[in-house]
Design a protein around this ligand. Sequence first.
Ligand code: SF4
Ligand code: SF4
Length: 303
Amino acid sequence: MDREKIYVSTKNGYKGDSGSEWRKRLETSLSRLEVDYIDFYNSHSLGWDAFQTGFGAKGGPIDEAQKAKDEGLIRYLAFSTHDSAANIINLINTGAFASMTLQYNILNRANEEAIATAHEKGMGVAIMGTVAGGRLAQPNEDIQKLRAGIAKSSAEIAIRFVLSNPGVSTALSGMNAIEQVEENVVTASRTEPLTPEEKIQVLESLEENKKLADLYCTGCGYCMPCPNGVDIPTNFLYMNYYRVYGLRDYARQQYAMLKEKSLEEMDVPSWADTCVECGECEPKCPQEIPIIKQLKETHSTLS
Ligand code: SF4
Ligand code: SF4
């Protein structure tokens, strides 16, 4: 096999500030993959806090990564992340990375500014969650409506939507049948993923769906930060998955993951049930959403 034609991408999950520990894991990656170099070496699930105290700390993994690049063991340093859009922009602005992998799909466009910032700086952008963990591929009346007259399946419209963003270099999509591989190859081979008119049609249809919901959180973030750490827009995003798009299992799963991530990081109790009802957020919401009441409903529905 011609090695130059294959791009190898993998992750290093080390979160501490020891360069030698990071290096040990790089050497494990190289030997397990049986390669002399890795094209894209990602710092796994990197957040801004972890960058400052771990990966990016002076004399830490970041210096070891530069050394590994000089030795030809890594071609491009990259990161994958689930952090907030603002923190992703902080990571981009460090100038340390050539590429990133992050969530973005037709239902969750919170990372659009981060993608544009990376694009401006010439970084590669890989998208995970393109088809929302396969949920956008499942037949659902509201999701099906989005593709009316544009695409054969909702998976196709989801991939075309992501690829039509000029900042996106590649879209990842899990596949478990050869037919899905074939369909995705055809979709990704299109010269124009979505025409500007088709994109407007999809976005208008999404807005229409949202307006039908009682809870019309635009994700603007004006209510933030919550002094108790509640991530209000993300909780409401998941409630919208449930209520507006009928993605019930997916919404519950995402909510459980939010709680799990918060517990892992201990000091960030971001899920809806941790609201202490201080009332600080409500006057700041331009949509006049009764946030406290809606958070309660979000928790009882999704937990
Ligand atoms: S009412 Fe709840 S969500 Fe709003 S600021 Fe207070 S603790 Fe945070
Ligand atoms: S201010 Fe209101 S609309 Fe904006 S994110 Fe917060 S709850 Fe949603």
